[in-house]
Design a protein around this ligand. Sequence first.
Ligand code: NAX
Length: 331
Amino acid sequence: MTTTPIRVAVTGAAGQIGYALLPRIAAGGMFGPDQPVILHMIEIPAEKPMEALRGVAMELEDCAFPLLQDMVCTSDLDEGFADVDWALLVGAKPRGPGMERNDLIKENGPIFTGQGKAIAKNAKGSCRTVVVGNPCNTNALIAAANAEGMPNTQFTAMTRLDENRAKAQLAAKAGVHHTQVTNMTIWGNHSATQYPDFENAKIGGKRATDVVTDRGWLEGEFIKTVQQRGAAIIKARGLSSALSAANGLVDHVHDLVTPTPPGDWRSVALCSDGSYGVPEGLISSFPVSVDAKGECKIVTGISLTDFGQEKIAASVAELEHERSVIADLLG
Ligand code: NAX
């Protein structure tokens, strides 16, 4: 193989999502069937996670993936992010019993100051960072703010899992295959305030609201099911979404390196340029398209009803609150 391998760092590599994600990357799901990769697998410097990581590396070895050229297993951020093209920040502390969202934000925030700095110091200048560890929008804001010298346009957070969840729910209601659902935007925060925009979604090329005419279901159960899907999975499985989260991340990165089909868009949480009234600088989810040159832009000109605007405003207010909680970490 003569193609230069892409170096991909994954934090929290011995965790649930890591376990479902790493084989997908190594099998070519993210960058295509001809693109070799080198995995930089990062864990916390403690015996148990590092030992678990050793086990994951042994399994990857035993898969004999043709595209996997090398692996780095480390708890050292300088080594972990050295020369990487992509930094996938999955590792974070889970929300403990009785823990408030504000506590989680404060607990996890400092992880992303250190990682943002280490990415700026060690990764390629063109490195693109995706945050999955929650609260992912605000953690992406922290990482970007601490990655001195790196444009904040290189930092995104994942709402692609939410987009996929919304598509699946709409398709089931309409009785069609989920590939028929397009133009599905998740607006705002990856949290229970996110707004899955059924008013601008399409089913089989028609307005979703002309196909699913039960407005009560769309405004009520549909939105709630998408917002609460993570909790429903925890209840059913006893563990949070991992397989679908890993898949969302594969889709997210794949879509950032592939031109978006004409007329469609994807949901990506990225740094707001003030579009749609979202305050500049917040990492909020938008409809996004990628052109043939690989340039990623917020899709403009989408019309929003009062209903949609109110939903977006509520989620953006939550993001502003989160930003105020970690203001001291933004440098
Ligand atoms: P796990 O608890 O299974 O694994 C997390 C791993 O991260 C552990 O192995 C831990 O040792 C490691 N870790 C913790 N701090 C680290 C650090 N500073 N550096 C490197 N590694 C570190 O969690 P998992 O189910 O894999 O979920 C990971 C994160 O994804 C959580 O924050 C979770 O809330 C978030 N999620 C985000 C989703 C999204 O759509 N954005 C959906 C799925 C998931 O809930």
